[in-house]
Design a protein around this ligand. Structure first.
Ligand code: GLY
Length: 342
């Protein structure tokens, strides 16, 4: 049996699509990747490569699309080495890890979210509880924590030695006028890290879900929430159309309601990658001038991941990046379609 996603056929598809008319002259149309059997597919940020595999495995065993997605992102939430999500995520400026997550379940048209949740390793599970057991959609801060504890979640210290060390270095080197002794040269604090995981799933019945979870922008002002817990920004699902979600600078995405907008672009007939590219253009058009350079390029990165009702999936980003996808046969790391070269 031929593999419809073999390198040769994939490159062939890419070449055929490249020859098709562009979205416009500046942003050529990218490849569209179709799930091999138009069923059981998952698409995620690159750190979701284990997650998409887990999610598809669970769906093929009969798991619901949202449950499968949550189990997929939990791998990162519980992984202390992923400093962008859950346990081990980088903290706010006071050294406290505050987590955000949201999810949508297409078949039941329900959503749940938590923001600024402290002390709980898996905010995606708490967001799913909000979805399942309340008439609300978003719980924040202390209320979100009490809600989680009432369901038996254990309160834990989410800082790992590594994330605490990164925060201490940032605090010590914050500015020339602070009262902390600088960390010696040779231990650079590096760029301000961001990170998140978004994961979208579809099963053989065409049921679709999405989930996004993050520790948000490192060193953020306490109480800051990004796009991840905002339904319609960090993720969105319409079971009749598809799902989409994001990673990157949340503030820019919130301004364009990027998850929702990407699904709306698919509703208008765009393929997932084209839909994500169109959303990036809107984000850029809405971005405040201080976030745009003199050449009209964003000073930040943002990625969208999308899948449609046919099981087609894709991803686009401002600058070249990677994403994870599973077509029902295998999970792979793929290149996003960039709006700008690096
Ligand atoms: N996209 C994650 C955040 O900005 O918090």
């Amino acid at each position: 049996m031929t593999d419809p996603l073999s390198r040769r056929s994939f490159l062939g598809t890419a070449a055929a699509v490249a020859a098709a008319p562009s979205l416009d002259a500046r942003f050529p149309a990218p490849a569209v990747i179709r799930s091999s059997q138009a069923r059981y597919a998952a698409v995620a940020s690159a750190n979701g490569i284990r997650g998409v595999t887990k999610a598809v495995e669970l769906m093929t065993q009969g798991a619901d699309t949202l449950d499968a997605g949550v189990e997929g992102v939990k791998i990162q939430e519980l992984d202390p080495e992923d400093m962008s999500v859950g346990y081990g995520g980088l903290p706010n400026e006071e050294g406290v890890v505050q987590l955000d997550a949201s999810c949508m379940h297409g078949p039941s048209r329900r959503a749940g979210a938590v923001a600024c949740l402290e002390g709980i390793k898996t905010p995606s599970e708490v967001a799913r509880l909000v979805l399942k057991y309340t008439n609300h959609i978003l719980l924040v801060g202390a209320g979100a924590k009490r809600f989680a504890l009432s369901y038996g979640f254990k309160e834990e210290d989410l800082l790992t030695p590594r994330s605490r060390e990164a925060w201490l270095r940032w605090r010590a080197n914050r500015g020339r006028d602070d009262d902390w002794v600088d960390v010696p040269a040779g231990q650079p604090i590096g760029p301000r890290p961001t990170g998140t995981i978004n994961l979208n799933t579809i099963n053989a019945k065409g049921e679709i879900s999405s989930v996004t979870t993050t520790s948000g922008l490192a060193w953020k002002i306490p109480g800051r929430s990004g796009d991840s817990p905002i339904v319609g920004a960090g993720q969105y699902t319409d079971n009749t159309i598809g799902a989409a979600g994001s990673t990157g600078l949340g503030e820019a995405n919130i301004m364009a309601c990027g998850g929702f907008l990407t699904v709306e672009h698919m509703r208008q007939g765009m393929k997932p990658t084209d839909a994500a590219l169109a959303t990036l253009k809107r984000v850029l058009a809405m971005a405040p001038p201080r976030l745009v350079d003199e050449r009209g390029r964003p000073r930040f990165q943002l990625e969208f991941y999308a899948l449609n009702k046919a099981g087609e999936f894709g991803s686009a980003s401002f600058f070249p990046s990677k994403y994870a996808a599973h077509d029902g046969r295998e999970g792979r790391i793929l290149d996003t379609a960039p709006l700008f070269p690096r």
